[in-house]
Design a protein around this ligand. Structure first.
Ligand SMILES: [Zn+2]
Length: 300
């Protein structure tokens, strides 16, 4: 039995827990991330220290899943769009110097994709694509139970494939999938249908009592998501999809729209039809479980 400590660092929060190689885990600690480097370092330390206090055995590795872009080999951030104060921060060196334990760093969406394959809703599958819908649109492609990186230093950012429209994306391009599928796009879309909510959570609560009112939103959002999945299928032809992230409960409500559009588009190319579209059982956990799976990868 080996323990690792898993952290998930996002623009807003840092969460962490211990995870055993069988996938069981401890209390999840959640703290707001201060918007400066020293504060972030202190918060990372205080969460790791709390987790360490719960453990009686030595820690095998410390894994960090984080919003990027980041260089997983050098274990450092590059120029993270939503966390500019962490630019070039060598987080791996910081953790290794502080705790004298090997650190693993991975893009959060890719870690989430691995988490879904090893412990989550795609468990048992060798190949799968997980789309994480939240502030941004993250993706992870898993082939033979390994993260597929193409020739990228971090991994492919498929949320920046062209999907349509003329919205400018944070990456500098126009019409990226992210501009139609991220939280801002969903909230703007809701407003055009007369539903004024501030975030996905509010929209989901509204949907619980007013499902009919949000049908047009589900239809349109579902259409964009279906088109995105179709593009990914033409490239990868991987049959198992998982939708994760804060928007996934809304995406689940749109599943009928998603499936019927995909069926229509692939009528003549059944080979591209995805076999299943699943939804993460716990979107807050998939990144943590995935980074733990990476920590234990050399044990298999
Ligand atoms: Zn983009």
């Amino acid at each position: 039995m080996k323990y690792c400590i898993a952290l998930d660092i996002g623009g807003t929060n840092i969460r962490g827990t211990w995870i055993l190689d069988n996938g069981s885990y401890g209390n999840i600690y959640l703290k707001k991330r201060p918007k400066d480097l020293q504060g972030t370092k202190n918060t990372i330390k205080s969460i790791i220290d709390k987790i360490k206090d719960e453990l009686t055995r030595p820690i095998y590795k410390i894994g960090v899943a984080s919003a990027g872009p980041l260089d997983y080999k050098k274990k450092k951030y590059l120029n993270p769009v939503n966390m500019p104060e962490l630019k070039n921060f060598s987080i791996g060196k910081f953790i290794e110097d502080t705790y004298n334990v090997e650190c693993i760093l991975e893009n959060d969406a890719q870690a989430a994709a691995l988490g879904e394959i090893i412990y989550g809703s795609l468990k048992g599958k060798k190949n799968g694509i997980t789309i994480t819908l939240g502030t941004g649109v993250g993706t992870g492609v898993i082939i033979d139970k390994k993260i597929w990186r193409a020739n990228h230093i971090t991994g492919p950012e498929l949320g920046h494939l062209y999907l349509g429209g003329n919205k400018i994306c944070g990456c500098g391009q126009v019409g990226c999938a992210e501009t139609l599928l991220n939280e801002k796009a969903l909230i703007d879309l809701s407003k055009t249908h007369g539903i004024n909510v501030n975030n996905t959570k509010e929209l989901y609560l509204f949907a619980n009592n007013n499902l009919k009112r949000i049908e047009p939103i589900l239809e349109e959002y579902g259409r964009y998501l279906a088109l995105f999945i179709c593009q990914l299928q033409v490239i990868f032809c991987i049959n198992n999809f998982c939708i994760s992230g804060g928007i996934s409960p809304i995406a689940k409500l749109a599943l009928t729209y998603i499936q019927s559009l995909i069926e229509k588009r692939f009528l003549k190319q059944q080979i591209w039809m995805p076999h299943e579209i699943t939804f993460s059982a716990n979107p807050n956990l998939s990144g943590l479980l995935g980074i733990a799976a990476l920590c234990f990868e050399d044990q298999k």
